[in-house]
Write a protein that binds this ligand. Structure first.
Ligand code: UGA
Length: 430
């Protein structure tokens, strides 16, 4: 099929590349000309496993993936995915300005299109957004009528950064929220070559499936962190508890890794958006609020441990290993490391940080006040304490920690072995 994808961030470019790999002809549309040029040179605009090789295949060799800043590309496609960012600059509430802007431009393009077209919301938007904002804007700017001249669907993504292409191509489920059957049939056709169950629902239901899924994952993490905080007091290993629980298929072992909590551009933002939606509807969300509260407190527990070990932090040398919100990405949005470093600097500590991929992004957040190491070993040299905040494989090398005070936020090290190597080893909830 001929497909256009608006927005070339994580979601848009992964979607476009995944669809190109299934033989579709895909046009990426992005207002950022530098990004467009990079994609057309087959250079990934961000770090993501397999993306560089895939761009080389579909942009250079097969030439079925191209990027442009021109919304006229909508006209030569049958369907258009909206994949623009919904993060706000402050990182607090979801921001719909990019969704609205791109929807208007798609609407304008549709006013010149002959024939049927389907617009598909892939950006994560709270339930009601497609019906209340996207459809009215499309009708206003195209001068056409939904259900007659064009179709609309919601097709949420379930991509995990670091393995996003794998997730796209090996999805557990494909959710198609359809305005009407014709819209849903078009979306189903896109996914013909995929080996995944397709669930067809209403538009609001599809929007909610995305938010409820992320909120549930966040709940699992905050739940195990709360259990972990208690286990620590009781001298019980929460990882053994998680193992014991996880064998029950009703519970499952995944997303029960206790530590400094969840970060990233999705779980925190989607949880907050759902909280706000609930409050806006006049309710008081009990579980969602608690999940949020536990997650905000976890990084601060790490600071409490450092103070307990070192006393006053002024002029203490703290090595921070790991800045990204999880391994295999350079993304630091809502990363626990940002809060931990902020607190350390507030208390007057001297912080030296290292991350295999995320240092350039961190330099934008902390242009001053933070020193950066060349390697994990270089970073920990001469420090009073080492904090492990992302479980990158290279931080699992125990020789880095010989004789050091180490506080592990991610269970990167085996506690028993670490205790015999480090001067002192403690986990955030073990
Ligand atoms: C998340 C969801 O997992 C995806 O299904 C969803 O599509 C995506 O958000 C999105 O909405 O776009 P992602 O943000 O890439 O994906 O990251 P996760 O792998 O879910 O990890 C989120 C955070 O939770 C990380 O900071 C990770 O370290 C933390 N985490 C994860 C834990 O603290 N414990 C765990 O057991 C698992």
């Amino acid at each position: 099929m001929e497909i256009s994808v608006v927005g070339s961030g994580y979601v848009g470019l992964i979607t476009a590349t995944g669809l190109a790999s299934k033989g579709h002809n895909v046009a990426c549309i992005d207002i950022d000309k530098d990004k467009v040029d990079m994609i057309n040179r087959a250079e990934p605009p961000f770090y993501e496993g397999q993306l560089a090789e895939s761009l080389d295949t579909y942009v250079r060799q097969r030439a079925n993936l191209r990027a442009s800043s021109d919304y006229e590309k909508v006209l030569s496609s049958e369907v258009t995915f909206i994949c623009v960012d919904t993060s706000s600059d402050s990182g607090e509430n979801a921001d719909l300005s990019h969704v609205k802007q791109s929807t208007k431009r798609i609407g304008e393009a549709l006013s010149r299109k002959e024939g049927y077209h389907v617009v598909i919301t892939k950006s994560s938007v709270v339930p009601g957004t497609t019906e209340e904002i996207i459809i009215p804007l499309l009708e206003q700017y195209s001068g056409k009528t939904v259900g007659k001249d064009f179709g609309v669907a919601v097709n949420p993504e379930f991509l995990q950064e670091g393995r996003a292409l794998h997730c796209f191509l090996n999805s557990d489920r494909i959710i198609v929220g359809e305005y009407d059957q014709r819209s849903g049939d078009s979306v189903q056709r896109i996914y013909n070559g995929f080996d995944a169950p397709i669930l067809r629902t209403g538009i609001r239901t599809a929007e909610m499936i995305k938010f409820a899924s992320n909120a549930f994952l966040a709940t699992k993490i905050s739940f195990i962190n709360e259990i972990g905080n208690l286990c620590k007091k009781l001298g019980i290993d929460v990882y053994e508890v998680a193992e014991g629980m996880g064998h029950d298929p009703r519970i499952g072992r995944s997303f029960l890794n206790a530590g400094i909590g969840f970060g990233g551009s999705c779980l925190p933002k989607d949880l907050e958006a759902l909280l706000h939606k609930y409050e806006k509807m006049g309710g008081k969300p009990a579980i969602l609020s608690a999940v949020h509260q536990v997650n905000r407190a976890q990084p601060l527990r790490m600071i409490e441990i450092v103070i307990r070990k070192l006393g006053e932090l002024r002029d203490k040398k703290i090595a921070v290993l790991g800045l990204a919100f999880k391994p295999d990405t350079d993304d630091i949005r809502h990363a626990p490391a940002v809060e931990v470093i902020h607190q350390l600097l507030l208390q007057g500590a001297q912080v030296k940080a290292y991350d295999p991929k995320a240092m350039p992004k961190m330099q934008e957040t902390f242009p001053q006040g933070l020193e950066y190491g060349d390697s994990a070993k270089d970073t920990v040299e001469g420090c009073d304490c080492v904090l492990i905040l992302t479980e990158w494989d290279e931080f699992k090398d125990e020789s880095i920690y010989t004789g050091k005070i180490v506080i592990d936020g991610r269970r990167a090290l085996d506690p028993e072995r670490a205790k015999s190597i480090c001067q002192c080893y403690e986990g955030v909830c073990w």
